[in-house]
Design a protein around this ligand. Structure first.
Ligand SMILES: Cc1cc2nc3c(=O)[nH]c(=O)nc-3n(C[C@H](O)[C@H](O)[C@H](O)COP(=O)(O)OP(=O)(O)OC[C@H]3O[C@@H](n4cnc5c(N)ncnc54)[C@H](O)[C@@H]3O)c2cc1C
Ligand code: FES
Length: 536
């Protein structure tokens, strides 16, 4: 079963999948390729490389599916900028290239599921894009919404996608107005898919090690050494598939930003809701699909309510907001049985970063910047990186090149940089509380201590756990995340557990521990412990 994950909430997938657990690395080893990260990006890449006959080892700080792939909602759907947005930024020819890569990714996943007999509920189904407004009895929508939907449908068709415009979503009682239909999208149970990939990879001789945290990648164009807390891996090529790269200190983190996104799973009566994928034009948008609980009953899975990571200490209200949204559209829904959250990395220009790590040796590769399309983007990334390692041309390598400049999303790029700079100013302002006495059991808050900021968590038994609030990536002050009981960095989306261990990069190491005096005031010296604390 799934071991530790990178948050304290539990997704419907975690409750309904059996995921194999792999032992940690036991000392140094040699491998043809080292893949870091056992989410959909890493395991798909490892599987494809093993099929090519390469000797591949996968390591993960936690385990298979312990990252965002265990928290996803696993829609295969159009780019979440929609085709209109992609065409506007990159032009019609590139939008066609994007659509082609999406179709290939879906065919690849479908082929793997069939070939490897992976029982993950994979199925094709239609997806619908609707306006972002409350349902109306008359179904009439504003002209601007109708025009946006028409524009999106036309752009999708120009990109080669068989989209059409319908007056209403078929099979739904509630009037959501006109919609764009995208036929032949897909969904699956993401952790069952990963479990199947891991087994298929192992059956081809691939090695997987869990509980193995990589903290450095160094070498040259012939040989790389991945330093981990369990030993060193000497290899010809490295694929960093860690959702956001930990081996790149600055460059990639100016091109993408981390956002938290929230999901509720509501039980449904039978017959309840037709099988469909649904999204709205909101910003952030809502996303809907069905899943099954352990007994095979339908669950309505509704996501959205995103915000920048580290910029909402008490996000529980976002679950309530999603529930209200769901009940207004699906009045038959029963109780909320799941609530979980996760992180998406939003690229400034809307396209992922797949390929060689910029300003590095040519044998270090990245898969990151997935936005809300990680199922598709990570699969494209796996195909693309496999071609680069096999020294074959790939039709999408320039389109998704991590070294591209953010010229197509410059406004977003500049806005995110301004947001990050504002966060550094927090060192000059007060903490969230003046005294640890203001922190309730099960809660955390940042305390000011002269020029220092102390991140203090009071556990349910009342004991205090104090850490330096200084993020080990580039020094922003972390903020409390009450939904996941973690310390989240508002600058580049690192996350730490209440003991300071890294849950999500790019932070390379744990937050430093701080001793508290008997009266709960911080002692002057921070106590730092070793590299083993880099991982939970
Ligand atoms: C709520 C939610 C809903 C979403 N919905 C959709 C959707 O409907 N469709 C869609 O396409 N996408 C969706 N996404 C996005 C998608 O889930 C992600 O983009 C995708 O799962 C990322 O996969 P990954 O393999 O890159 O990263 P992960 O699954 O996070 O895997 C990375 C792995 O790397 C490991 N790791 C990290 N650092 C280190 C290190 N230093 N050393 C060793 N191991 C390390 C982690 O433990 C982790 O297991 C959603 C995301 C969320 C959170
Ligand atoms: S993630 Fe960059 S400073 Fe924290």
């Amino acid at each position: 079963m799934l071991g530790a994950t990178n948050g304290s909430s539990t997704s419907v997938w975690m409750d309904t999948a059996a995921v194999p657990v792999f032992p940690p690395l036991a000392g140094d080893l040699e491998a043809g390729v080292c893949v870091i990260g056992a989410g959909i990006a890493g395991l798909t890449t490892a599987y494809l490389l093993a099929q090519e006959g390469l000797d591949v080892v996968v390591i993960d700080a936690l385990g298979v599916g312990a990252g965002e792939t265990g928290r996803t909602t696993a829609h295969f759907f159009p780019p979440d900028e929609w085709y209109g947005g992609i065409e506007h930024r990159f032009g019609a020819a590139q939008a066609r290239l994007v659509a082609g890569s999406y179709a290939h990714a879906l065919e690849l996943v479908e082929g793997i599921v069939r070939r490897e007999h992976i029982d993950c509920g994979f199925g094709r189904l239609d997806g619908y894009l609707v306006g972002a407004y409350a349902p109306r009895a008359d179904g009439i929508v504003a002209d601007s919404t109708a025009a946006r939907l028409q524009h999106e449908r036309d752009a999708a068709v120009r990109a080669g996608v068989a989209a059409d415009l319908l007056p209403a979503v078929p099979g739904l009682d509630v009037q959501l107005g006109p919609c764009v239909r995208y036929p032949g999208q897909a969904q699956f149970q993401p952790l069952q898919y990963l479990a199947g990939l891991a087994r298929a990879f192992s059956a081809r001789g691939g090695r997987i090690h869990g509980a193995t945290h990589a903290h450095r990648v160094r070498g040259d164009h012939r040989r790389q050494v991945v330093a981990t807390d369990r030993g060193a891996i000497r290899t010809k090529a490295v694929v960093v598939a860690t959702h956001t790269p930990f081996n790149d200190r600055v460059v990639m983190h100016t091109k993408q930003a981390g956002y938290r996104t929230y999901v509720v799973g509501l039980r449904l009566p039978r017959p309840g809701v037709p099988r469909l994928l649904l999204w709205d034009l909101g910003d952030p948008y809502h996303y809907v699909r069905l899943a099954q609980d352990g007994a095979g009953n339908d669950v309505l899975v509704v996501g959205g309510a995103d915000h920048k990571t580290g910029q909402d200490a008490h996000p529980a209200h976002r679950y309530d907001e999603l529930e209200r949204w769901a009940r207004a559209r699906f009045p038959m829904a029963l109780e909320v049985a799941w609530r979980w959250s996760g992180e998406v990395m939003e690229p400034a220009d809307g396209l992922p970063f797949l390929g060689r790590n910029p300003m590095d040796d040519e044998n270090v590769y990245l898969i990151t910047g997935d936005s809300g399309n990680g199922m598709t983007h990570c699969t494209i990334g796996a195909m693309l990186v496999t071609d680069l390692i096999m020294e074959r041309p790939n039709p999408w390598s320039a389109l998704y090149d991590p070294a591209r400049k953010p010229v197509h999303g410059f406004r977003e790029f500049a806005g995110e940089q301004a947001n990050v700079m504002a966060r550094y100013g927090e060192w000059l302002t007060g903490g969230a509380v003046d005294s640890v006495h203001a922190i309730a059991p099960g809660e955390g808050a940042v305390l000011r201590d002269g020029l220092r900021r102390i991140a203090v968590y009071r556990d349910p038994q009342g004991a205090l756990h104090a850490l330096s609030a200084k993020c080990t990536h580039l020094g922003c002050a972390v903020h409390w995340n009450g939904a996941e009981r973690s310390w989240d960095c508002p600058c580049h989306a690192s996350r730490f557990d209440t003991e300071g261990n890294v849950l999500h990069g790019p932070a390379p190491t744990a937050l430093a521990r701080v001793e508290l005096r008997a009266d709960a005031a911080p002692l002057p010296r921070e106590r730092r412990s070793g590299a083993r604390r880099g991982v939970r």
